[in-house]
Ligand binder design. Structure first.
Ligand SMILES: Cc1cc2nc3c(=O)[nH]c(=O)nc-3n(C[C@H](O)[C@H](O)[C@H](O)COP(=O)(O)OP(=O)(O)OC[C@H]3O[C@@H](n4cnc5c(N)ncnc54)[C@H](O)[C@@H]3O)c2cc1C
Length: 150
């Protein structure tokens, strides 16, 4: 296994609210293969899994007894260009506000109202982020997900 699994990890500085908490196991993933490795580790040890993005909508009531997977799968690209629009594919660990400002700087508009919302691309559809009359669902096409349980 190439993953660095940390034990008894202090999560406080990874959470915007800075409410102290520890994870029994913790790892960072940079691609899909590392995610699969992390999930296999959790399965072998029968651990609950928590996927952490930017930590801006998360606090733990108690220490977490499972595996926290910090998602750092980054990047984005224009997947398809149409006459009046583009389809952008972004990876789930990409910081959302950075993606928005890069799109806006390329004159690709549609998400600019969601500019300063903290967090990652992957968390955005989890709660359908929204601000100033725009919600992610207005521009969202589809996502690729992994079923953690199976
Ligand atoms: C000051 C401030 C202002 C905010 N303003 C707004 C606002 O205007 N509008 C708005 O909608 N929200 C707002 N939020 C909330 C926050 O920005 C969003 O909830 C954001 O989507 C959280 O992203 P995150 O990566 O930090 O998620 P985290 O806090 O890391 O995770 C949140 C939840 O999503 C799950 N999750 C994260 N990544 C994934 C993934 N890849 N796959 C599956 N599940 C995942 C986590 O397990 C957790 O349950 C604000 C937050 C703060 C602190």
């Amino acid at each position: 296994m190439n993953l660095n699994i940390e034990k008894n990890k202090d999560l406080t500085n990874l959470l915007t609210l800075k409410i102290p908490a520890r994870a029994k196991y913790f790892t960072k993933i940079k691609d899909k293969e590392e995610l699969k490795e992390a999930l296999l580790f959790a399965k072998e040890k029968d651990l609950e899994v928590f996927v952490l993005g930017g930590g801006s909508n998360t606090f733990f009531k108690n220490d977490f007894k499972g595996l926290v997977i910090k998602n750092e799968i980054k990047g984005w690209f224009v997947k398809k260009e149409y006459k009046n629009k583009v389809l952008v594919e972004a990876f789930s660990g990409e910081p959302w506000p950075k993606l928005v400002s890069q799109l806006v700087s390329l004159n690709l508009y549609g998400v600019e109202n969601l500019a300063s919302i903290y967090g990652t691309v992957g968390a955005a559809p989890v709660q359908n982020i929204g601000a100033y009359g725009v919600e992610l669902k207005d521009v969202f096409e589809s996502l690729i997900a992994i079923n953690i349980k199976t």
